[in-house]
Design a protein around this ligand. Structure first.
Ligand SMILES: Nc1ncnc2c1ncn2[C@@H]1O[C@H](COP(=O)(O)OP(=O)(O)OP(=O)(O)O)[C@@H](O)[C@H]1O
Ligand SMILES: [Mg+2]
Length: 248
């Protein structure tokens, strides 16, 4: 685990396309807005797109650090509200599974990051060894789930594997793309109904983000919705999640 008083939180999911990167990058912005120094690590190493979310074109990325060609401080990008972004490589399939040496370099580079309040780790979807690794190095795991039945089933599978392989029992749930909070709570109860029957885990409902057209509008323009639509429903809901994060 990456320690030294900083909070490392993983944003992960069973199914792809549920809004992890969108939530992670806008969460970083809102934490920055709350004067919390925040790094965001694009941990989708082969298809990373956090830099796209911020409308940036990185010259170097985490692969250059693992190859020993660059130092971490040379690849980190500065985003709005003082966020610092650690970009991933894109489309290099050989890089999709980290070997022992790459993991060691990554871990020591993260441990040597300047002081910060939060490191948000945006993982890829599913249960690859990289995803397990990034969840294992984070203190808190946030599972993003949507009303899509496949997302619910895959979240259960993800929690099962993560608990067995990392020994974790506590998971935070963020429900995305619902019409209103009652729908999010229903979905959460459904998931708890299954995990309570079959697994020895505790799921904490951390909040929800509604389905909001402003999210797509901003994303298409490579803008952060939390920045450009500060009063939209999605931003208001994610702000509540961030308020809870900073109060803990
Ligand atoms: N609350 C929302 N309302 C409307 N659209 C949303 C919402 N959350 C995410 N989206 C849209 O869903 C799509 C997928 O989002 P995103 O790329 O963040 O998912 P992901 O889980 O990171 O995907 P992957 O598994 O491929 O990494 C994007 O087009 C995004 O704009
Ligand atoms: Mg993503």
């Amino acid at each position: 685990m990456v320690k030294n008083g900083r909070r490392t939180i993983a944003i992960t999911s069973g199914k792809g396309g549920v809004g992890k990167s969108s939530i992670a990058s806008n969460m970083a912005y809102l934490l920055g807005d709350r004067s919390r120094s925040t790094f965001i690590l694009d941990a989708d190493l082969s298809l990373g797109n956090i830099d796209i979310m911020f409308g940036m074109v990185p010259k170097f990325n985490i692969k250059h650090v693992m190859d020993g060609m660059r130092q971490m401080d040379e690849i980190v990008l500065k985003g709005p509200c003082g966020i610092r972004i650690i970009p991933a490589t894109s489309g290099v399939s050989e890089f999709s599974e980290l070997n022992h040496n790459e993991r060691a370099v990554l871990l020591s580079s993260l441990a040597a990051l300047p002081a910060h309040d939060f490191l948000i780790v945006d993982t890829s979807a599913g249960i690859s060894s990289n995803v397990l690794y990034f969840n294992a190095l984070s203190e808190q795991i946030f599972i993003v789930v949507t009303p899509d039945p496949a997302s619910i089933t895959d979240s259960y599978a993800m929690i099962k594997v993560l608990s067995r392989r990392t020994g974790r029992k506590d998971f935070n749930i963020i429900v995305n793309m619902v019409r209103q909070e009652s729908e999010a709570l229903e979905l959460y109860k459904k998931l708890v109904g299954v995990t309570d029957r079959f697994l020895d885990v505790y799921l904490d409902y951390f909040g929800f983000v509604p389905l909001d057209q402003n999210v797509n509008t901003a994303t298409r323009k490579q803008r952060l919705w939390a920045e450009h639509f500060p009063n939209c429903e999605a931003t208001r809901a994610l702000s509540k999640i961030c308020d809870r994060l900073v109060s803990e």
